[in-house]
Design a protein around this ligand. Structure first.
Ligand code: ZN
Length: 399
């Protein structure tokens, strides 16, 4: 079974020289394409109905992230075959032929967040393609204030279903990695290394907490796209998402810790952090898509977000309290901003800036074993206290 690897450009088997002729003596023919929402994941499943088993197949993502191309080596399409009217998130389905064989191009509205191709276990001749899209325009949409009444109503309704889940899996997200070093501080300290180290320490503390399972978006020095981080978090069943970063400022005296939850951009100071941490995602590029965005879907996003935001803000407060009262760090307070990574997580999520590595004294503290350990234990205690308070609420509600 051929599974998609997230960043591989091309996943064709090196079998294109095989003569792909089916049992009947004719090449496998694509007879129909059908689309159904996945029953287990947020995306859509595309079924490619073939007359015979396709010997080799592959999937690549378009360079611009807005679609996928499926290649079925040595296959052809039944004459006059058209794709059924595609359902969300697909905008277009085009069948064509290239030298390798049959191609099916699927364009999505938004960007492709996850894509997989595999053979159907039951109907061996069919191929199944799973595609999940994430429209970055939601981030822009979050900048428009929601209707207060609607937000409260939805939040109340959702608190029941959201609260039905214990915080049994915590996702620790070390910012940056690989070709993205993050910021570089005094003495050459690199954000990506520092936050990975702290992430492992937080994870080590959490492992010992009963009923908590820890997952990392990255546990080594590798590059992961922002949108991929949220996908990983959800795939691993995360209930809480903690993204760890280090701050930087031109002014070497800037100091202190701050913790963000997903929200609207309220200050110019937050804009600098936002632009740095949103990194590779050029938000501006995606703003134009807002017009294509389905308002019903936006309402659903807001429903989830409004319930998650209360939790996120609570955790952010607890982290800042720990930094200030237990570790004696400067308190730049809890802030809100539309971080892509927090939105993509789709669960209570915070992004914490553990200090300024552009400040000589903070860089020294953060670079020390003790400093890293103090920061990690502060984050750990905040998560632990949050979990205890949150689950006590669940138990009361369940009585
Ligand atoms: Zn960062």
């Amino acid at each position: 079974m051929l599974r998609n690897l997230p960043h591989a450009r091309s996943l064709l088997f090196a079998a294109s020289m095989l003569v792909a002729v089916g049992a009947s003596g004719s090449p496998p023919a694509l007879e129909r394409v059908s689309f159904t929402p996945s029953s287990s994941r947020p995306g859509t499943v595309v079924r490619l109905h073939f007359s015979e088993k396709v010997a080799s197949f592959g999937l690549d993502r378009n360079e611009d992230g807005r679609g996928v191309r499926i290649t079925a080596v040595g296959a052809e399409a039944k004459a006059s075959l058209l794709c059924d009217t595609p359902i969300r998130p697909f905008a277009e389905c085009v069948i064509g032929h290239e030298s390798a064989g049959l191609t099916i191009r699927l364009a999505v509205s938004g960007t492709v967040a996850a894509a997989d191709i595999y053979r159907d276990a039951r109907v061996g001749s069919d191929l199944l393609v799973y595609v999940e899209s994430e429209s970055a325009s939601v981030v822009a949409a979050l900048n428009t204030p929601p209707d207060e009444d609607e937000a409260r109503r939805l939040s109340e309704r959702l608190s029941h279903s959201v609260a039905a889940q214990r915080i049994d899996t915590v996702i620790i997200d070390a910012g940056h990695g690989g070709k993205d070093p993050g910021t570089i501080g005094v003495g050459g300290i690199r954000e990506k290394d520092l936050v990975l180290d702290i992430a492992h320490r937080v994870g080590a503390y959490l492992q010992d907490l009963a009923g908590v399972h820890v997952e990392y978006t990255r546990s080594d020095d590798r590059f992961i796209e922002l949108r991929e981080r949220g996908v990983i978090a959800r795939r691993k069943g995360g209930k809480l998402f903690v993204s760890i970063h280090a701050n930087w400022a031109r002014n070497s005296r800037a100091a202190g810790t701050e913790t963000y939850f997903l929200g609207r951009l309220k200050s110019e100071a937050a804009r600098g952090v936002l632009e740095r941490e949103n990194g590779v995602i050029a938000l501006e590029e995606n703003r134009g898509q807002y017009g294509q965005f389905d308002p019903a879907q936006l309402v659903r996003v807001r429903m989830t977000e409004s319930a998650n935001l209360v939790q996120s803000q609570d955790l952010a407060n607890r982290i800042q309290l720990q930094y200030r009262d237990r570790v004696g760090r400067g308190d730049r307070k809890v802030k809100e901003a539309p971080f892509y990574v927090l939105w993509s997580a789709g669960m209570p999520a915070i992004l914490t800036e553990v200090g300024f590595i552009s400040n000589p004294s903070e860089a020294r503290f953060l670079g020390s074993e003790q400093g890293k350990d103090y920061i990690a234990s502060a984050i750990f205690r905040a998560i632990r206290d949050f979990k205890v308070a949150y689950e006590a609420g669940l138990d009361v509600a369940a009585r």
